[in-house]
Design a binder for this molecule. Structure first.
Ligand code: ADP
Ligand code: ZN
Length: 217
């Protein structure tokens, strides 16, 4: 069983690796960022609450985020494994997940953390373009799609995220170090933690992650 958490700072390559993992291992991809953005574009109540927070680079309150993940993880398609991308991002979220996982019979058994130095993250985020439909990420300098502005994977038009600007990015990175980085020790203590160096290149990192997942299966 693969009940995975994928973590790492914004720009570490999480989204790209997530797409590869779900394609190869056929897991549902639960990206809290994607779920929030979908709610924002549909104008739901949750979307209205989250919009300004996300655009300025802050974290959505824990209670909202935890409820969202609990109902998503309870759905039938998560019974045979899942990939959580972007959750947990705070110790309170990790504690909530630790409690809800076993309750719904879906405890996390693997944490994959990808890290990259800050100066590289800044550059990657500045050139990032994303597919609003399938979540695939590209970069105008280093990872261009085959056809400019079009997603290789699903053919949708690529966009630049509103929070991929220098000001919001700075806040996201500060929040990452203050709130999310402490999860490393949390998951080391649980014996679930695995680190990957995001500077090794996409192919190498995805091969390393795939090896770990195959061993865990
Ligand atoms: P990235 O990893 O590139 O920063 P995500 O798509 O994972 O971006 O998340 C985008 C934004 O959505 C975050 O900056 C935050 O505002 C909100 N968000 C996503 N996941 C969470 C979470 N677990 N807790 C609180 N806010 C979240
Ligand atoms: Zn796409």
């Amino acid at each position: 069983m693969l009940n995975i958490i994928l973590m790492g700072p914004p720009g570490a390559g999480k989204g790209t690796q997530a797409v590869r993992i779900i394609d190869e291992f056929h897991l549902p991809h639960i990206s809290t960022g994607d779920i929030f953005r979908e709610n924002i574009s549909k104008g739901t109540e949750l979307g209205l609450k989250a919009k300004a927070i996300i655009e300025r680079g802050d974290l959505v309150p824990d209670d909202l985020t935890i409820d969202l993940v609990k109902s998503r993880l309870s759905q039938e398609d998560c019974a045979n494994g899942y990939l959580l991308d972007g959750f947990p991002r705070t110790i309170a979220q990790a504690e909530a997940l630790k409690k809800m996982g076993p309750e719904i019979g879906r405890a996390v058994n693997l944490v994959v953390d990808i890290t990259v130095p800050d100066e590289v993250l800044v550059q990657r985020i500045a050139g990032r373009r994303v597919c609003p439909k399938c979540g695939a990420s590209y970069n105008v300098v280093s990872m261009k799609p085959a056809v400019e502005g079009i997603c290789d994977r699903c053919g949708s038009a690529l966009i630049q995220r509103k929070d991929d600007n220098p000001e919001s990015f700075k806040i996201r990175l500060d929040n990452y170090y203050a709130q999310t980085a402490p999860l490393v020790d949390f998951y080391k203590a649980e014996g679930l933690y695995h680190h990957f160096d995001g500077m090794e290149g996409l192919e190498k990192v995805s091969a390393q992650i795939a090896d770990l997942l195959k061993k865990t299966l």
